[in-house]
Design a protein around this ligand. Structure first.
Ligand code: PMP
Ligand code: GLN
Length: 446
């Protein structure tokens, strides 16, 4: 009797929970918008969590594990202690001191008089500048050409705007030797031109590029600019790593080329500029007739980013304006510091038999892992691409976190590039050394 009543009670519980989960499935189907379909996976969410779970040495997500420079920290503390206005709303499209200092600073660089109130939108990180650009400028059915490898959020942002992403890859030019530098990865003018249709609205570029580190040369930018002008296209130029170039590579703004100012949206990030990624201050700079539409998206979504952080970034740019081109400028000091870290990481990778592609800019380095033979037969990951499985294995078995490079490719091209993984070198020397120890021990069979 006892057994029977227990069984009956058990069955009731199972029936109830089945009904509940069935109900949840039906509700979840009903209570969601189709624009979230197919864009739910995110490499940063997944791999940052995995790195934390396994307490891995983290050369994965791109953020400095050292403090921002004292001058910017002091500016932030001063802003926070600066009285009530620093804790309240500011102007929606950018705190006035910040848009003024950005306009002053970048007018000199672009060679065009930037209007602080018309031509700039301050956003919640570069992410939101990109989001505003795609939402404000891409219509249902528009095609957006994205150069691969690309920072992963461009594709979902185009899709969420109702557009269609069209891809064109940078290809390694192998001329009688190994591909050793990001400069060896090039964009074919013919291939790019072949992707342009009457539906094309914009071309998206990222220089210095994440994850490759390519810094586009003026001739390459001119080729893209010529196509934009010829076909009346927009150019969205993500330049968040603009100060980080090495070995004489020079960052050029496509907006500074003739005829490009009025059709280019240049995206920047204080997080990358001042090594403070958690502040989430970014901006878009363009002609007022474009920024106007981005403001519409911005005012109806986040309204503005944190006032005190904007105030501090304004001070940072004022300082950099005064020190520009001198050794005291953080825009010289940060790349100088990273130049050493980049070398350190490259020689570590080479010493364990990996072949890194030397980046000309940014703070990432990709390396070919095909020479590493590991058993990746973990059934739970068998449907994933090789680099995803490899990176998961590396985190779990060796305690080292990196990022799979196929995450920066479209599904149609990802297979060709799943033999690379990305290492981030904007890290303390001790972090780089900890990674080196892991790789060295592994290569020695320990
Ligand atoms: N673009 C690129 C190329 C990036 O690597 C990142 C990540 N920092 C972003 C945009 C987003 O920048 P933010 O953190 O300022 O939102
Ligand atoms: N941009 C950073 C990178 O490439 C991270 C972005 C993020 O964590 N969402 O690593």
């Amino acid at each position: 009797m006892g057994i029977i009543s227990n069984l009956a009670a058990g069955l009731t519980v199972i029936r109830r929970s089945c009904t509940r989960s069935h109900r949840q499935i039906i509700m979840s189907r009903r209570f969601h918008a189709r624009r979230t379909d197919g864009v739910d996976k995110n490499v940063w969410v997944e791999f940052t969590q995995l790195a934390a779970d396994y307490k891995a040495v983290n050369l994965g997500q791109g953020f400095p594990d050292f403090s921002p420079p004292p001058f910017i920290q002091e500016a932030f503390c001063k802003a926070v202690g600066g009285g009530p206005p620093m804790h309240q709303y500011t102007r929606a499209f950018g705190h006035p001191p910040l848009v003024k200092s950005l306009a002053k600073f970048f007018s000199r660089i672009v060679g065009h008089e930037i209007d602080p109130f018309e031509d700039i939108l301050v956003t919640v990180g570069a992410y939101q500048a990109l989001f505003c650009a795609f939402q404000a400028l891409v219509d249902e059915g528009d095609e957006v050409i994205i150069v691969e490898p690309f920072f992963d959020c461009y594709q979902p942002m185009v899709v969420m705007a109702g557009g269609k992403a069209v891809y064109v890859p940078l290809r390694p030019k192998v001329e009688g030797g190994a591909v050793l530098s990001s400069g060896d990865w090039v964009l074919s003018a013919e291939e790019l031109a072949s992707k342009i249709t009457p539906h094309t609205k914009a071309i998206v570029i990222n220089t210095p590029n994440n994850p490759l580190g390519k810094v586009y040369k003026t001739e390459e930018l001119q080729m893209i600019a010529d196509l934009c002008i010829k076909h009346d296209l927009l150019c969205i130029s993500d330049e968040v790593y603009e100060w980080l170039t090495y070995d004489g590579a020079k960052h050029v703004k496509i907006a500074s080329l003739p005829g490009m100012w009025e059709r280019t949206i240049t995206v920047g990030s204080a997080g990358k500029t001042f090594s403070a990624t958690g502040w989430k201050v970014g901006w878009a700079i363009s002609s007022g007739h474009i920024i106007k539409h981005m403001k519409t998206i911005h005012q109806n979504t986040v309204y503005h980013s944190a006032t005190a952080a904007q105030e501090a970034v304004a001070h940072g740019f004022e300082r950099e304006y005064q020190l520009f081109g001198t050794p005291e400028s953080y825009f010289q000091q940060l790349p100088a510091m990273l130049h050493h870290k980049r070398k350190k990481l490259a020689s570590c990778l080479e010493s364990v038999g990996l072949q890194p592609i030397m980046p000309e800019g940014g703070y990432f380095m990709i390396a070919d892992i095909s020479s590493l033979k590991v058993d990746l037969n973990d059934q739970s990951t068998k449907d994933e691409s090789y680099d995803f499985r490899f990176v998961k294995w590396l985190i779990k078995e060796k305690g080292l976190a990196t990022i799979p490079v196929s995450a920066f490719y479209s599904p149609e091209h990802s297979k060709e590039f799943d033999k690379y993984i990305r290492f981030c070198f904007v890290k303390e020397d001790s972090t780089l050394e900890a990674a080196e120890n892991i790789l060295r021990k592994w290569s020695q069979g320990q």
